[in-house]
Design a protein around this ligand. Structure first.
Ligand code: ADP
Ligand code: MG
Length: 586
């Protein structure tokens, strides 16, 4: 941004978190300003400019704001600070480090405390990789420092849009993030200095490179997802479901087990207890892929209860910006937002205060385009140096009463690549994960199928067949509810029993069992193949009763496999017993 004198103003009207400010000077849409209340400064953002009045949303409790309260504009948009030290951090939507805020403010968080997101005092071992005389553009790697097990690339700031020639590069050594690590001149000969930290406005997508089509599966270790509704690296998905159906448990599963480098959790307006749960458990959980503590690959963004709804939006954008930043290093990032409905409610509230013409269910008319623009920030990026990185976005949606017809769910499912609908009926029946196989879909099945086909010939066909049996079994089951078991022919009853076996022993998975909670593909595949042989086999049962007894026994034995350590002696013996049983005529 060009240099100018910062504008100033005074509050002329306050309405909840919306204030009207009469200002002097130049301001722009999205600019951040501070409202002064004595010693306290409250952060606010310009959301509309009408003549000499700026309408601003305040990110804090507005108690005490008066007519004439002074406002100082910052000349900056709402920005993320990006640099080493982001991982393991726990921040709010404005990137205040929550632990430090609590230290500074005591147990009860006070408003108006803003701290630098990244630690200034820590020294990072810096390894320059670019050299004097190199021509560089935004996003080019200058050097790196190890952030845990990752090479955190220090890049030419994305806000620097020129081409630069490096004139000086620091020697290897331990430096704080504010240290200048390279100097450069632009085409006009003007000098620039680059440090290890840069800023980016969170509402604008951050990317440099070429967006390419995703082609790699994002393995999550959950059977119903990996097999039936797979997710793609760089893809998008949503998990709508009523209260208590298991959205948060599902998101936590993905945060723990998804096969990505980095996970960003944006806990947006959900219950405080859940956030505390994450904060309490994460530091002790071990990443099954690396045996490193999970927190080392995680950034947690959550709103404190003292923050009003306007901060929810900031959490979502902050999360996706940090995700994009790591993507530029050639890493795979997963962003989980729980829940996007709370963000949409915040939009609705602010739109009402702005007296905009309301759309469906009083959501603003731009709801759909905002949601689409958010998910569009996902994707695979081909970088100039040949590396690729990806951002996958998964959003929980919590529609009131579980009604999937409401605007937020509808706007979301119009743009995502996979729809994982959780159902009340399934969670009530304790069929977890409560993802409804009949409502859910994934557009990535074919792409992932091509990848898995290399490991298992005929994979996609088998997956489709399994789905077919599930549907058919479900129809027969409904008929049996009316006419009784004896009312359907034995062949049909067997289809029903096969479908039940698939449902109970494969699609269901207990998040609280040590072994069952995480089932990677190498464990899923033999189980799926076993069930597929059962699907294709004709069992000769004499009576309905005999069929039921046989299949329930088989179902139990297969289900129990899931609770045994993979390839343990017990597992192998049980597997053998099951295979023997399948040879036997009943
Ligand atoms: P939501 O976020 O949709 O409101 P939660 O994720 O908090 O719901 O889940 C509510 C409860 O459902 C959990 O506390 C847990 O008891 C149960 N539950 C959800 N998913 C599973 C699962 N995969 N395995 C076992 N129990 C589950
Ligand atoms: Mg929840």
């Amino acid at each position: 941004m060009t240099t100018k004198n910062n504008a100033t103003g005074a509050v002329v009207k306050a309405f909840g978190n919306l204030i009207h400010v009469a200002y002097e000077g130049n301001i722009c849409q999205g600019e951040v300003g501070m409202v002064h209340l004595g010693d306290v400064r409250l952060k606010a953002e310009v959301i509309e400019i009408v003549g000499k009045i700026a309408k601003m949303q305040v990110f804090e409790d507005t108690r005490g704001i008066k007519l004439g309260s002074p406002v100082e504009f910052s000349n900056h948009l709402l920005e993320a600070e990006l640099g080493p030290g982001l991982l393991t951090s726990i921040v709010d939507g404005l990137q205040n480090p929550l632990g430090k805020v609590a230290d500074a403010a005591g147990l009860f968080l006070t408003r108006g405390i803003y701290l630098a997101p990244l630690d200034r005092s820590k020294n990072w071992e810096y390894h320059p990789t670019a050299k004097e005389g190199d021509n560089v553009k935004r996003g080019a790697f200058l050097g790196y420092t190890m952030e845990g097990r990752f090479q955190h690339q220090i890049m030419v700031p994305f806000a620097c849009l020129d081409e630069y020639t490096l004139t000086w590069v620091i020697k290897p050594g331990a430096y704080s993030i504010d240290t200048v690590v390279a100097k450069a001149v632009d085409i006009e000969g003007e000098e620039h200095s680059f440090t290890m930290v840069q800023k980016w406005p969170i509402k604008a997508p951050l990317f440099q490179g070429e967006k390419i089509k995703g082609s790699k599966m994002l393995e999550v270790g959950m059977r119903i997802l990996d097999t039936q509704f797979p997710i793609l690296k760089g893809g998008t998905f949503c998990t709508p479901g009523p209260f208590g159906a298991g959205k948060t448990v599902l998101q936590h599963h993905l945060a723990k087990y998804a096969d990505v480098d980095i996970v960003i959790i944006a806990a947006c307006g959900e219950r405080a207890g859940e956030v505390v749960e994450v904060l309490r458990t994460f530091p002790y959980l071990v990443d099954p892929h690396t045996n490193d503590p999970l927190i080392n690959r995680t950034v947690i963004i959550c709103n404190t209860s003292s923050m009003p709804v306007s901060a929810r939006e900031a959490s979502i954008y902050m999360g996706v910006t940090i995700a994009e930043y790591y993507r530029q290093m050639g890493l795979d990032v997963l962003l989980l937002a729980d829940s996007t409905s709370r963000w949409a409610q915040a939009m609705r509230e602010m739109s009402g205060r702005l007296e905009e013409i309301p759309g469906e269910e009083a959501f603003p008319a731009y709801l759909g385009s905002r949601i689409a623009a958010f998910y569009e920030r996902a994707g695979v990026m081909q970088l100039a140096n040949g590396k690729t990185g990806s951002v996958t976005i998964g959003g929980a949606v919590s529609p009131a009463g579980g009604n999937l017809e409401e605007p937020v769910t509808q706007a979301t499912l119009a743009v995502v690549g996979a729809f994982l609908g959780l159902s009340r009926a399934r969670s009530d029946a304790r069929r977890y994960p409560a993802i409804d196989p009949f409502d859910s879909w994934s557009k990535y099945l074919d792409v992932v199928g091509r990848e898995l086909e290399v490991r298992v010939a005929g994979w996609t066909k088998m997956v489709n067949k399994a789905m077919h049996i599930l549907r058919e079994g479900n129809e027969i089951g409904k008929r049996m509810e009316v006419v009784g078991e004896e009312g359907v022919i034995l062949e049909d009853m067997m289809i029903y029993l096969k479908a039940e076996l698939y449902e109970v022993a494969y699609l269901q998975q207990n998040a609280y069992d040590k072994e069952d909670t995480y089932s990677p593909l190498n464990r899923q595949i033999p189980l799926f193949l076993l069930i597929n042989t059962i699907f294709s086999q004709d069992f000769e049962c004499e009576t309905h009763d005999a069929a039921r007894t046989f299949f329930l026994g088989l179902q139990n034995e297969i289900k129990n496999l899931n609770f045994m350590p993979f390839q343990s002696e017990r597992y192998l013996q049980a597997m053998e017993r099951i295979q023997e049983k399948l040879q036997v005529k009943v």
